[in-house]
Design a protein. Structure first.
Length: 116
């Protein structure tokens, strides 16, 4: 059974940091192109950051570039998102996603709330 399980979300003050994790199972994680997405209330889901299956140069949305860092540990089948200097606009449900060939898998999400 394919699973992507996110964790690490929570409530944080502006300027704070969080580290999201995504545990993968049931598919060849190292072969997959992995990404983090988020969806705020009333808004469309958007790509936050992505990383290729060969650990190449990550890609970031302009709104998070310089504040967020995506990384992966293929041996542990884990995807991470380090989020620094969080602001109110970062409040959203965060999802991890894995894609390769016909495979396209999503996790259930973890909530990040930035509030004073």
């Amino acid at each position: 059974e394919v699973q992507l399980v996110e964790s690490g979300g929570g409530l944080v003050q502006p300027g704070g940091s969080l580290r999201l994790s995504c545990a993968a199972s049931g598919f060849p994680f190292s072969a997959y192109y992995m990404s983090w997405h988020r969806q705020a209330p009333g808004k469309e889901r958007e790509l936050v950051a992505s990383i290729t299956n060969d650990g190449g140069t990550p890609n970031y949305a302009d709104s998070v570039n310089g504040r967020f860092t995506i990384s992966r540990d293929d041996a542990k089948k884990m995807l991470y998102l380090q989020m620094n200097n969080l602001n109110l606009n970062d409040t959203a449900m965060y999802y991890c996603r894995g894609r390769w060939g016909f495979g396209d898998y999503w996790g259930q999400g973890t909530q990040v709330t930035v509030s004073p």
